[in-house]
Design a protein around this ligand. Structure first.
Ligand code: NAD
Length: 363
Protein backbone atom coordinates (compact mmCIF):
# COMPACT_ATOMS: atom_id res chain seq x y z
CA UNK A 1 0.00 0.00 0.00
CA UNK A 2 1.85 3.08 -1.21
CA UNK A 3 0.15 5.81 0.74
CA UNK A 4 -2.56 6.68 3.18
CA UNK A 5 -4.99 7.84 0.49
CA UNK A 6 -4.91 4.46 -1.21
CA UNK A 7 -5.39 2.81 2.15
CA UNK A 8 -8.40 5.01 2.89
CA UNK A 9 -9.98 4.31 -0.47
CA UNK A 10 -9.46 0.58 -0.06
CA UNK A 11 -10.63 0.37 3.53
CA UNK A 12 -13.63 2.56 2.79
CA UNK A 13 -14.55 0.41 -0.18
CA UNK A 14 -14.42 -2.68 2.02
CA UNK A 15 -16.38 -0.96 4.76
CA UNK A 16 -18.95 0.41 2.32
CA UNK A 17 -19.40 -3.09 0.90
CA UNK A 18 -19.85 -4.43 4.43
CA UNK A 19 -22.39 -1.71 5.20
CA UNK A 20 -24.32 -2.58 2.08
CA UNK A 21 -24.24 -6.25 2.99
CA UNK A 22 -25.51 -5.64 6.52
CA UNK A 23 -27.54 -2.45 6.31
CA UNK A 24 -29.04 -2.74 9.77
CA UNK A 25 -25.70 -3.04 11.56
CA UNK A 26 -24.17 0.42 11.68
CA UNK A 27 -21.08 -1.04 13.39
CA UNK A 28 -19.60 -1.92 10.05
CA UNK A 29 -19.46 1.61 8.70
CA UNK A 30 -16.00 2.85 7.71
CA UNK A 31 -14.01 3.71 10.82
CA UNK A 32 -11.25 5.71 9.16
CA UNK A 33 -11.75 9.44 8.94
CA UNK A 34 -10.31 11.80 6.38
CA UNK A 35 -7.91 14.43 7.70
CA UNK A 36 -9.06 17.89 6.62
CA UNK A 37 -6.97 21.07 6.59
CA UNK A 38 -8.77 24.41 6.53
CA UNK A 39 -7.10 27.15 4.50
CA UNK A 40 -8.11 30.58 5.82
CA UNK A 41 -9.35 30.85 9.38
CA UNK A 42 -11.89 33.66 9.01
CA UNK A 43 -15.56 33.73 9.90
CA UNK A 44 -16.76 30.72 7.94
CA UNK A 45 -13.94 28.40 9.01
CA UNK A 46 -14.03 29.56 12.62
CA UNK A 47 -17.77 29.75 13.27
CA UNK A 48 -19.19 27.12 10.92
CA UNK A 49 -16.76 24.64 9.38
CA UNK A 50 -14.51 23.85 12.35
CA UNK A 51 -17.48 23.25 14.70
CA UNK A 52 -19.23 21.24 11.97
CA UNK A 53 -16.15 19.08 11.46
CA UNK A 54 -16.55 17.96 15.08
CA UNK A 55 -19.97 16.60 14.12
CA UNK A 56 -18.92 14.70 11.01
CA UNK A 57 -18.69 10.94 10.88
CA UNK A 58 -16.01 10.68 8.23
CA UNK A 59 -13.79 13.74 8.68
CA UNK A 60 -11.38 15.09 11.24
CA UNK A 61 -9.98 18.61 11.52
CA UNK A 62 -6.28 17.83 11.33
CA UNK A 63 -4.59 20.89 9.87
CA UNK A 64 -4.72 24.65 9.39
CA UNK A 65 -3.20 27.05 6.90
CA UNK A 66 -3.10 30.64 8.06
CA UNK A 67 -1.25 33.91 7.59
CA UNK A 68 -2.19 35.07 11.09
CA UNK A 69 0.26 33.64 13.67
CA UNK A 70 -1.89 34.83 16.59
CA UNK A 71 -4.64 32.40 15.55
CA UNK A 72 -2.38 29.34 15.72
CA UNK A 73 -2.34 28.67 19.50
CA UNK A 74 -6.08 29.29 19.74
CA UNK A 75 -6.84 26.73 17.05
CA UNK A 76 -4.24 24.25 18.27
CA UNK A 77 -5.67 24.32 21.76
CA UNK A 78 -9.29 24.17 20.70
CA UNK A 79 -8.91 21.39 18.16
CA UNK A 80 -5.76 19.54 19.23
CA UNK A 81 -3.89 20.38 16.03
CA UNK A 82 -0.25 19.33 16.19
CA UNK A 83 2.67 21.63 15.30
CA UNK A 84 3.47 19.56 12.23
CA UNK A 85 0.01 20.22 10.81
CA UNK A 86 0.19 24.02 10.94
CA UNK A 87 1.04 25.79 7.69
CA UNK A 88 1.25 29.31 6.30
CA UNK A 89 0.68 30.43 2.72
CA UNK A 90 4.39 30.28 1.91
CA UNK A 91 4.93 26.68 3.00
CA UNK A 92 1.49 25.29 2.23
CA UNK A 93 2.83 23.33 -0.76
CA UNK A 94 4.79 21.12 1.67
CA UNK A 95 1.49 19.68 2.84
CA UNK A 96 2.23 17.20 0.03
CA UNK A 97 4.47 15.37 2.50
CA UNK A 98 1.82 15.13 5.19
CA UNK A 99 -0.04 11.83 5.21
CA UNK A 100 -2.38 13.01 7.95
CA UNK A 101 -4.01 15.49 5.57
CA UNK A 102 -6.26 14.02 2.87
CA UNK A 103 -8.37 17.05 1.99
CA UNK A 104 -7.57 20.75 1.74
CA UNK A 105 -10.61 23.02 2.13
CA UNK A 106 -10.09 26.48 0.63
CA UNK A 107 -12.05 29.07 2.63
CA UNK A 108 -10.34 32.25 1.48
CA UNK A 109 -11.45 35.50 -0.16
CA UNK A 110 -12.89 34.63 -3.56
CA UNK A 111 -9.99 35.92 -5.66
CA UNK A 112 -7.62 33.51 -3.86
CA UNK A 113 -9.61 30.33 -4.43
CA UNK A 114 -7.87 29.44 -7.69
CA UNK A 115 -4.30 29.85 -6.44
CA UNK A 116 -4.75 27.75 -3.32
CA UNK A 117 -7.08 25.17 -4.84
CA UNK A 118 -4.46 24.51 -7.50
CA UNK A 119 -1.70 24.43 -4.87
CA UNK A 120 -3.68 21.82 -2.92
CA UNK A 121 -4.27 19.71 -6.01
CA UNK A 122 -0.59 19.90 -6.97
CA UNK A 123 0.21 18.67 -3.45
CA UNK A 124 -1.91 15.60 -4.22
CA UNK A 125 -4.71 16.50 -1.81
CA UNK A 126 -8.43 16.34 -2.52
CA UNK A 127 -9.85 19.84 -2.86
CA UNK A 128 -12.93 21.35 -1.30
CA UNK A 129 -13.39 24.91 -2.47
CA UNK A 130 -15.84 27.44 -1.13
CA UNK A 131 -18.41 29.17 -3.30
CA UNK A 132 -18.14 31.17 -5.48
CA UNK A 133 -15.72 28.73 -7.07
CA UNK A 134 -13.54 31.51 -8.58
CA UNK A 135 -13.72 34.88 -10.33
CA UNK A 136 -14.28 33.73 -13.90
CA UNK A 137 -14.75 30.61 -15.97
CA UNK A 138 -11.10 30.48 -16.98
CA UNK A 139 -10.02 30.29 -13.34
CA UNK A 140 -12.62 27.59 -12.67
CA UNK A 141 -11.31 25.59 -15.63
CA UNK A 142 -7.76 25.83 -14.28
CA UNK A 143 -8.88 24.43 -10.92
CA UNK A 144 -10.75 21.57 -12.61
CA UNK A 145 -7.76 20.77 -14.83
CA UNK A 146 -5.34 20.78 -11.87
CA UNK A 147 -7.58 18.37 -9.95
CA UNK A 148 -7.94 16.07 -12.96
CA UNK A 149 -4.22 16.17 -13.66
CA UNK A 150 -3.42 15.22 -10.08
CA UNK A 151 -6.24 12.65 -9.85
CA UNK A 152 -7.84 14.27 -6.82
CA UNK A 153 -11.50 14.98 -6.24
CA UNK A 154 -12.93 18.50 -6.30
CA UNK A 155 -16.12 19.58 -4.54
CA UNK A 156 -17.57 23.08 -4.30
CA UNK A 157 -19.03 24.17 -0.95
CA UNK A 158 -22.66 24.59 -2.01
CA UNK A 159 -24.11 23.30 1.25
CA UNK A 160 -27.71 23.69 0.05
CA UNK A 161 -27.33 20.80 -2.36
CA UNK A 162 -26.80 18.57 0.69
CA UNK A 163 -29.88 19.85 2.55
CA UNK A 164 -32.93 17.57 2.40
CA UNK A 165 -35.67 20.10 1.46
CA UNK A 166 -33.43 21.48 -1.26
CA UNK A 167 -32.68 17.96 -2.47
CA UNK A 168 -36.42 17.25 -2.68
CA UNK A 169 -36.96 20.31 -4.84
CA UNK A 170 -34.02 19.30 -7.01
CA UNK A 171 -35.72 15.95 -7.54
CA UNK A 172 -38.93 17.74 -8.53
CA UNK A 173 -37.06 19.22 -11.52
CA UNK A 174 -37.22 15.67 -12.91
CA UNK A 175 -40.50 14.33 -11.52
CA UNK A 176 -42.41 17.62 -12.01
CA UNK A 177 -45.21 16.94 -9.48
CA UNK A 178 -46.79 20.33 -10.31
CA UNK A 179 -46.05 20.30 -14.03
CA UNK A 180 -43.55 22.49 -15.80
CA UNK A 181 -42.27 25.65 -14.14
CA UNK A 182 -43.85 28.82 -15.53
CA UNK A 183 -42.25 31.38 -13.19
CA UNK A 184 -39.43 31.34 -10.67
CA UNK A 185 -37.98 33.97 -8.38
CA UNK A 186 -34.90 33.51 -6.17
CA UNK A 187 -33.67 36.18 -3.78
CA UNK A 188 -30.75 36.05 -1.33
CA UNK A 189 -29.07 38.82 0.60
CA UNK A 190 -28.37 40.41 3.92
CA UNK A 191 -27.88 43.89 5.26
CA UNK A 192 -24.14 44.44 5.15
CA UNK A 193 -23.13 46.66 8.04
CA UNK A 194 -20.45 48.62 6.23
CA UNK A 195 -17.25 47.69 8.05
CA UNK A 196 -13.83 48.91 7.07
CA UNK A 197 -13.46 50.04 3.51
CA UNK A 198 -10.50 47.85 2.56
CA UNK A 199 -12.31 44.66 3.56
CA UNK A 200 -12.09 42.15 0.72
CA UNK A 201 -15.90 41.86 0.35
CA UNK A 202 -15.87 45.51 -0.75
CA UNK A 203 -13.01 45.10 -3.22
CA UNK A 204 -13.67 44.27 -6.85
CA UNK A 205 -10.28 42.65 -7.43
CA UNK A 206 -10.84 40.34 -4.44
CA UNK A 207 -14.16 39.08 -5.83
CA UNK A 208 -16.22 41.26 -3.50
CA UNK A 209 -19.81 42.39 -3.86
CA UNK A 210 -23.23 40.85 -3.43
CA UNK A 211 -23.38 38.84 -6.65
CA UNK A 212 -20.30 36.70 -5.95
CA UNK A 213 -21.22 36.36 -2.30
CA UNK A 214 -24.99 35.81 -2.24
CA UNK A 215 -26.07 35.96 -5.88
CA UNK A 216 -24.55 32.58 -6.60
CA UNK A 217 -27.15 31.05 -4.26
CA UNK A 218 -29.92 32.48 -6.48
CA UNK A 219 -28.26 31.33 -9.69
CA UNK A 220 -27.58 27.88 -8.28
CA UNK A 221 -31.17 27.62 -6.98
CA UNK A 222 -32.63 28.65 -10.33
CA UNK A 223 -30.47 26.04 -12.05
CA UNK A 224 -31.19 23.19 -9.63
CA UNK A 225 -34.89 23.96 -9.38
CA UNK A 226 -35.38 23.96 -13.13
CA UNK A 227 -32.72 21.35 -13.89
CA UNK A 228 -31.96 23.55 -16.90
CA UNK A 229 -29.17 25.85 -18.03
CA UNK A 230 -30.08 29.48 -18.82
CA UNK A 231 -29.21 30.72 -22.31
CA UNK A 232 -29.39 34.50 -21.84
CA UNK A 233 -29.36 37.10 -19.12
CA UNK A 234 -30.39 40.70 -18.53
CA UNK A 235 -29.18 42.43 -15.35
CA UNK A 236 -28.83 45.70 -13.48
CA UNK A 237 -26.98 47.00 -10.42
CA UNK A 238 -28.33 49.47 -7.88
CA UNK A 239 -26.88 51.01 -4.77
CA UNK A 240 -28.35 52.66 -1.70
CA UNK A 241 -24.90 53.46 -0.22
CA UNK A 242 -22.54 54.58 -2.98
CA UNK A 243 -20.01 55.74 -0.38
CA UNK A 244 -19.62 52.14 0.90
CA UNK A 245 -20.09 50.18 -2.33
CA UNK A 246 -17.67 52.16 -4.42
CA UNK A 247 -16.43 49.45 -6.73
CA UNK A 248 -18.59 46.37 -6.04
CA UNK A 249 -22.30 45.73 -6.43
CA UNK A 250 -24.58 46.30 -3.45
CA UNK A 251 -27.74 45.11 -5.23
CA UNK A 252 -28.00 43.14 -8.46
CA UNK A 253 -31.23 42.11 -10.12
CA UNK A 254 -31.33 39.78 -13.08
CA UNK A 255 -33.50 37.75 -15.43
CA UNK A 256 -32.38 34.40 -16.80
CA UNK A 257 -33.96 33.16 -20.02
CA UNK A 258 -34.23 29.46 -20.82
CA UNK A 259 -34.60 27.69 -24.16
CA UNK A 260 -38.19 26.71 -23.30
CA UNK A 261 -39.17 30.36 -22.91
CA UNK A 262 -39.13 30.46 -19.09
CA UNK A 263 -37.75 33.66 -17.63
CA UNK A 264 -36.56 33.28 -14.03
CA UNK A 265 -35.88 36.34 -11.90
CA UNK A 266 -33.24 36.83 -9.22
CA UNK A 267 -32.13 39.46 -6.79
CA UNK A 268 -29.11 39.61 -4.53
CA UNK A 269 -28.38 42.31 -2.05
CA UNK A 270 -26.06 43.65 0.62
CA UNK A 271 -28.80 46.18 1.48
CA UNK A 272 -31.56 44.00 2.92
CA UNK A 273 -32.23 40.59 4.41
CA UNK A 274 -33.93 38.56 1.68
CA UNK A 275 -34.03 34.78 1.37
CA UNK A 276 -36.72 33.04 -0.68
CA UNK A 277 -37.29 30.70 -3.58
CA UNK A 278 -40.74 31.02 -5.17
CA UNK A 279 -41.74 28.58 -7.87
CA UNK A 280 -44.92 28.65 -9.96
CA UNK A 281 -45.80 25.64 -12.06
CA UNK A 282 -48.60 24.72 -14.50
CA UNK A 283 -50.66 22.96 -11.82
CA UNK A 284 -49.44 24.33 -8.50
CA UNK A 285 -46.66 26.17 -6.78
CA UNK A 286 -44.19 25.88 -3.94
CA UNK A 287 -41.66 27.95 -2.04
CA UNK A 288 -38.72 27.67 0.32
CA UNK A 289 -38.27 30.51 2.82
CA UNK A 290 -35.62 30.84 3.92
CA UNK A 291 -34.04 29.04 0.99
CA UNK A 292 -30.36 29.16 1.98
CA UNK A 293 -29.93 29.86 5.71
CA UNK A 294 -27.67 27.63 7.76
CA UNK A 295 -30.76 26.32 9.57
CA UNK A 296 -34.52 26.50 9.21
CA UNK A 297 -34.82 26.02 5.45
CA UNK A 298 -38.49 25.25 5.03
CA UNK A 299 -41.41 25.63 2.68
CA UNK A 300 -44.85 24.74 1.53
CA UNK A 301 -46.64 23.58 -1.59
CA UNK A 302 -49.98 24.70 -3.00
CA UNK A 303 -51.51 21.32 -2.14
CA UNK A 304 -50.65 21.74 1.53
CA UNK A 305 -47.42 19.77 1.78
CA UNK A 306 -45.19 21.24 4.48
CA UNK A 307 -41.45 21.01 4.04
CA UNK A 308 -40.32 21.09 7.65
CA UNK A 309 -36.96 22.47 8.70
CA UNK A 310 -34.30 19.78 8.84
CA UNK A 311 -32.57 19.64 12.25
CA UNK A 312 -29.19 18.47 10.90
CA UNK A 313 -26.00 20.42 10.34
CA UNK A 314 -25.62 21.39 6.67
CA UNK A 315 -21.85 21.79 6.73
CA UNK A 316 -21.34 18.45 8.51
CA UNK A 317 -23.63 16.76 5.99
CA UNK A 318 -21.81 18.39 3.09
CA UNK A 319 -18.37 17.37 4.34
CA UNK A 320 -19.51 13.82 5.11
CA UNK A 321 -21.09 13.49 1.66
CA UNK A 322 -17.89 14.78 0.08
CA UNK A 323 -15.76 12.51 2.27
CA UNK A 324 -17.80 9.47 1.24
CA UNK A 325 -17.29 10.36 -2.42
CA UNK A 326 -13.55 10.31 -1.78
CA UNK A 327 -13.57 7.13 0.28
CA UNK A 328 -15.78 5.26 -2.16
CA UNK A 329 -14.21 6.88 -5.20
CA UNK A 330 -17.68 7.89 -6.39
CA UNK A 331 -19.00 11.03 -8.07
CA UNK A 332 -19.09 14.13 -5.89
CA UNK A 333 -22.47 15.84 -5.41
CA UNK A 334 -21.30 19.36 -6.35
CA UNK A 335 -18.54 19.20 -8.92
CA UNK A 336 -16.18 21.81 -10.28
CA UNK A 337 -18.22 21.91 -13.49
CA UNK A 338 -21.29 22.74 -11.40
CA UNK A 339 -19.44 25.57 -9.65
CA UNK A 340 -18.15 26.84 -12.99
CA UNK A 341 -21.64 27.02 -14.56
CA UNK A 342 -22.71 29.54 -11.94
CA UNK A 343 -19.61 31.61 -12.56
CA UNK A 344 -20.31 31.69 -16.30
CA UNK A 345 -23.72 33.16 -15.41
CA UNK A 346 -22.15 35.60 -12.92
CA UNK A 347 -19.79 36.88 -15.61
CA UNK A 348 -22.70 37.30 -18.07
CA UNK A 349 -24.70 39.18 -15.42
CA UNK A 350 -21.83 41.65 -14.95
CA UNK A 351 -21.55 42.05 -18.75
CA UNK A 352 -25.24 42.74 -19.10
CA UNK A 353 -25.36 45.20 -16.19
CA UNK A 354 -22.32 47.02 -17.62
CA UNK A 355 -24.19 47.27 -20.92
CA UNK A 356 -27.38 48.85 -19.60
CA UNK A 357 -29.24 45.58 -19.03
CA UNK A 358 -28.87 44.38 -22.61
CA UNK A 359 -29.72 40.69 -23.04
CA UNK A 360 -26.47 38.74 -23.21
CA UNK A 361 -26.07 35.19 -24.42
CA UNK A 362 -24.61 32.87 -21.84
CA UNK A 363 -21.81 30.94 -23.50
P1 NAD B 1 -13.47 36.23 6.19
O1 NAD B 1 -13.08 37.57 5.72
O2 NAD B 1 -14.13 36.11 7.51
O3 NAD B 1 -12.20 35.27 6.21
C1 NAD B 1 -11.27 35.26 5.18
C2 NAD B 1 -9.95 34.75 5.73
O4 NAD B 1 -8.96 34.79 4.68
C3 NAD B 1 -9.39 35.59 6.88
O5 NAD B 1 -8.98 34.74 7.91
C4 NAD B 1 -8.20 36.30 6.27
O6 NAD B 1 -7.18 36.55 7.21
C5 NAD B 1 -7.76 35.31 5.22
N1 NAD B 1 -6.96 35.88 4.15
C6 NAD B 1 -5.87 35.29 3.64
N2 NAD B 1 -5.32 36.06 2.69
C7 NAD B 1 -6.06 37.16 2.63
C8 NAD B 1 -5.98 38.33 1.82
N3 NAD B 1 -5.02 38.51 0.91
N4 NAD B 1 -6.91 39.28 2.00
C9 NAD B 1 -7.89 39.12 2.90
N5 NAD B 1 -8.02 38.02 3.68
C10 NAD B 1 -7.10 37.05 3.55
O7 NAD B 1 -14.37 35.59 5.05
P2 NAD B 1 -15.39 34.36 5.17
O8 NAD B 1 -16.74 34.88 5.43
O9 NAD B 1 -14.82 33.34 6.06
O10 NAD B 1 -15.39 33.84 3.65
C11 NAD B 1 -14.36 33.02 3.13
C12 NAD B 1 -14.90 32.22 1.97
O11 NAD B 1 -15.95 31.37 2.44
C13 NAD B 1 -15.51 33.04 0.85
O12 NAD B 1 -15.21 32.46 -0.39
C14 NAD B 1 -17.00 32.97 1.10
O13 NAD B 1 -17.78 33.10 -0.08
C15 NAD B 1 -17.13 31.59 1.69
N6 NAD B 1 -18.29 31.48 2.58
C16 NAD B 1 -19.18 30.47 2.36
C17 NAD B 1 -20.28 30.34 3.15
C18 NAD B 1 -21.24 29.22 2.90
O14 NAD B 1 -22.29 29.20 3.51
N7 NAD B 1 -20.90 28.25 2.06
C19 NAD B 1 -20.50 31.23 4.20
C20 NAD B 1 -19.56 32.24 4.42
C21 NAD B 1 -18.45 32.36 3.59
Amino acid sequence: MSNRREFLVQSAAIAAFSTLSFPTFGMLRPKKKLGVALVGLGYYSRDLLAPALQKTLHCELKGIVTGSPEKIPVWQEKYGITDGNVYNYENMHTIADNDEIDVVYVVLPNSLHMKYAIMAAEAGKHVWCEKPMAINAEECRKIIDACNRNKVKLSIGYRMQHEPNTKLIMKWSETKPYGSITALDAVAGFRYGGGYSDYWRLQKDMGGGALYDMGVYCINAIRYTTGLEPVAVSAAHETTRPDVFRNVDEITTFKLRFKNGLIATGKTSFAENINKLDVTCESGNFFLAPMQSYTGVQGETSDGKELHAWPGNQQAQQMDDDAMAIMNNSTVMVSGEEGMRDIVVVNAIFDSADNGGEWMDIV
